[in-house]
Write a protein of this length. Sequence first.
Length: 333
Amino acid sequence: MTTLKEVLAKLNKGAAEEDKFKTLSNFEKEAFVRDYISTGSPYLNYRIKKEVGKGGLIKGSYNMIVGGEGSAKTSLSLIAAANCQRTEGKTVVYFDGEGALNQSYFDRFGIDPDLFLPYRGRNLEAMLDAAEAFSTADDVGMIIIDSIPIFVSSAVEARSAEDNTIGIEAKKLTSRMAIIEGNCSRRNICLVGLTFYTLNPGAMGDPRVLKRGEWQKYMSNLTIELTKKDLIFNDKKDPIGHTIDVRIKKSKVQEYDPKNQFQINFYYYEGFNEVDEYARIFLEEGIINQSGAWYKFPDSQGEEQSIQGLNGVIEYLKENTDEFNNLLSRLNS
């Protein structure tokens, strides 16, 4: 007769600690607590927390960032990467299939070069092999794939234009990403996939399609959809950023609702402005009250301030840091 102890010894022989089978009592206390990494946007973190209970990108899970060109997908992922380096002290692996990375990104968002491992190339098998290897490393904190549709399989490259290559990449990604995500789950690595929608006008319901397979929808524990909107200009009429329409999906089967969106401001040289972001949180939490075009709140002396327009409130708080800190302390209390 074979005992459970003997089966466990056989299965665990030569396995890494994270991959071993063991009873719950032998796991660390926090082993099944899913922590998160800040996106760098306080308001986006706030909205994610309201939706999924986590204030940022979820560690040990697959997070999907969807958006068109110039919507700030790469910037958002790099700001989160810098936060991962600072808070975790671990390396971020970045698969740059888009060829989007440049020194400007690293300088603006504070990337630590000693904890950043970029890979340039578009071969799907090479990316998947490397991602699977990195997903077994305890000192890797985040793996970012930019972007999912851009990687091409060797099998597709080798075939002629007349050959049927539909679904080759999707099949490879479906099978391999499940393994990679499982490794990340056991080691609390934040796995991030950047991608974009294409349109299928003949589709029933949501016409948006994710290239490279439906696995992306069902594996993702957090989906952030970004749509670039209006430009933001400085006093000299130079563009310094743009607004982004954002939608968050927490459920793998949550239906598409075009009205379920909110806006954040993205600035090209700083990412997200703290005052700008928190003003929206103050408003939603009732610390600032809106009455028509006027916004009212008590200042640090207990006197009511009444300012026209949310942008006016933001400018006032930028110029009066003591008043901003006063509202921030009320929020935190």
